[in-house]
Design a protein around this ligand. Structure first.
Ligand code: OGA
Ligand code: NI
Length: 364
């Protein structure tokens, strides 16, 4: 039998398989370990004492959201022990033999599980990553049959992690609500019943990392994302539409906070949706754990407040499901155009070759 095609298997090869090779304009411009300190690192120590440090912390968060839509937080109150347990379990899952991981294969459209190089249908190039994902909120929708069951104890640790991160995310949304001149609960209320989805990304060593991406450029669709990354590095952000990129400096125990499209729309564009990607390298594999906080599927997406003299950045209110559908179909359309352009280029090349050749060579 052919060995299962997890990336671990492909990462042993010398040459990158062509399905992972990106067009030149999409390839990494900055090295995975060329770290930048442009993304603010904000300590949350004292965030609860009104009148104390809270104002300063809030100002820093708001400034980062206006500028980048991305920042890192330390002293966030999530137990170090829990973070290292979570990381240990996540690593343990990817260390399992392929057939164990493939027990949770979700390539057939299952909700949650394991997948290799997930990419949109119709998208030409694959991402150099494996992932395992599960839906953790609302609790009534948990389908434990789609959660990994190994390493032993997975459920207990991941449940605790989910709960703590939900609390932390809500705290950050309070700050942003206040900055918008609204009541503290405004953003969480706009999510109706907040969804949480955890995605554990594993990026194996890659034979030719300069030709590919671990995760292609995107914005997260939801409200806010909390990302825990290891010390390898590879998360990159741009705030000039992809002209220049920076690699986020990994900080032990910190969370990278990304604002998503939903947060961007609700703030009427004041807060940016972080434009980011992940690059890979040939020295180390890399692990990151992304916790996505999303509104309920039928929650309304529309600016919560429009300042005097400003216009809404959205034509009309839509549901989050519709917002997501439009995002996906736009991405697919771009991918389709790109594929067509590439095919035409190839055909033209073939044609040019044929035209320059004598008939006996063409027929040979
Ligand atoms: C994501 C993401 C970045 C990373 O999962 O949406 O952007 O560094 N991950 O893994
Ligand atoms: Ni992302």
């Amino acid at each position: 039998m052919e060995p299962p095609k997890t990336l671990n298997y492909l990462s042993q090869e010398k040459i990158l398989q062509s399905s992972f090779i990106r067009d030149e304009d999409q390839r990494p411009k900055v090295a995975y370990n060329n770290f930048s300190n442009d993304i603010p690192v904000i300590s949350l120590a004292g965030i609860d004492d009104e009148g104390g440090r809270r104002t300063e912390i809030c100002n820093n968060i708001v400034e980062a959201c206006e500028n980048w839509g991305i920042f890192q937080i330390v002293d966030h109150g999530v137990d170090r022990e829990l973070i290292s347990e979570m990381t240990r379990f996540a690593k343990g899952f990817f260390d399992l033999p392929p057939e164990e991981k493939l027990r949770f294969d979700m390539s057939g459209g299952k909700k949650g599980g394991f997948i290799v190089s997930s990419h949109l249908q119709g998208e030409a190039v694959k991402d150099w990553r494996e992932l395992v994902t599960y839906f953790s909120y609302p609790i009534r929708n948990r389908d434990y049959s789609r959660w990994p069951d190994k390493p032993e104890g997975w459920k207990e640790v991941t449940e605790q992690y989910s709960e703590k991160l939900m609390g932390l995310a809500c705290k950050l949304l309070e700050v942003l609500s206040e900055a918008m001149g609204l009541e503290k609960e405004a953003l969480t209320k706009a999510c109706v019943d907040m969804d949480q989805k955890v995605v554990i990304n594993f990026y194996p060593k890659c034979p030719q990392p300069d030709l590919t991406l671990g995760l292609k450029r995107h914005t997260d669709p939801g409200t806010i994302t909390l990302l825990l990354q290891d010390q390898v590095g590879g998360l990159q952000a741009t705030k000039d539409n992809g002209k220049t990129w920076i690699t986020v400096q990994p900080i032990e125990g910190a969370f990278v906070v990304n604002l998503g499209d939903h947060g961007h729309y609700l703030s009427n564009g004041r807060f940016k949706n972080a434009d980011h990607q992940a690059v890979v390298n040939s020295n180390y594999s890399r692990l990151s754990i992304a916790t996505f906080q999303n509104p309920a599927p039928d929650a309304t997406v529309y600016p919560l407040k429009i300042k005097e003299g400003e216009k809404s950045i959205m034509e009309a209110p839509i549901t989050f499901t519709e917002m997501y559908r439009r995002k996906m179909s736009k991405d697919l359309e771009i991918a389709r155009m790109k594929k067509l352009a590439k095919e035409k280029e190839l055909r033209d090349l073939e044609k040019a070759k044929l035209e320059g050749k004598p008939l006996n060579e063409i027929l040979a």
